[in-house]
Design a binder for this molecule. Structure first.
Ligand SMILES: [Zn+2]
Ligand SMILES: [Zn+2]
Length: 182
């Protein structure tokens, strides 16, 4: 039996406590695994693309994997910077399919400062963080628009999906966690 039951939440740069706590809460709810908050690095200049004026998320994933402590199961990085992968203009996040590292950017998820907006930002951050971590447990995109593994192109799509996995994805997650022996 592996004792690695911890998902590390790694802020990159200045990230508000409420955001880190939202992710910790959502991750714990979704996977029933422990969480720990610990910054691994703050400088992501290595991933900066001067042409696009954005950060290349795949390079940050590699750095998260490299810096992750041995005793953690998965790591999710959280940045305020806008992220891209070459084929898309921006991404809310990215993950290593069946791997260790996931990443989200809050830059397009957090909007407005009044209570209603904060409430939806809170939910969006949880949904996208859990979505990306779902990929590290080998889950692919789900057709069910209400499932957290549904691929979202817009904030409307993110707001429309629920904060749950569909029945199918739930079984996939449970199997993946059981197979890891944690
Ligand atoms: Zn995805
Ligand atoms: Zn699903």
């Amino acid at each position: 039996m592996s004792t690695r039951r911890t998902i590390l939440i790694a802020p990159i740069g200045e990230i508000s406590d409420w955001i880190l706590e939202a992710v910790a809460f959502g991750v714990n709810e979704a996977f029933d695994l422990d969480t720990r908050i610990l910054s691994l690095f703050n400088n992501i200049d290595f991933a900066w693309d001067p042409g696009r004026k954005q950060y290349h998320s795949t390079q940050i994933l590699e750095a998260l994997e490299t810096h992750a402590p041995d005793d953690i199961l998965k790591v999710i990085g959280i940045t305020r910077e806008d992220l891209f992968i070459p084929v898309l203009t921006y991404v809310y996040g990215e993950a290593q399919l069946g791997g260790t590292a996931a990443l989200i950017s809050i830059s397009r998820l957090v909007q407005g400062l009044d209570t209603g907006f904060l409430q939806s930002s809170y939910k969006r951050i949880i949904k996208e963080a859990v979505h990306e971590l779902g990929h590290t447990f080998n889950l692919r995109h789900c057709r069910d628009e209400l499932c957290m593994m549904h691929y979202c192109r817009s904030l409307e799509d993110v707001d429309k999906k629920s904060s749950r996995f569909c029945r199918y994805c739930n079984i996939m997650i449970a199997d993946a966690i059981r197979d890891l022996g944690v």
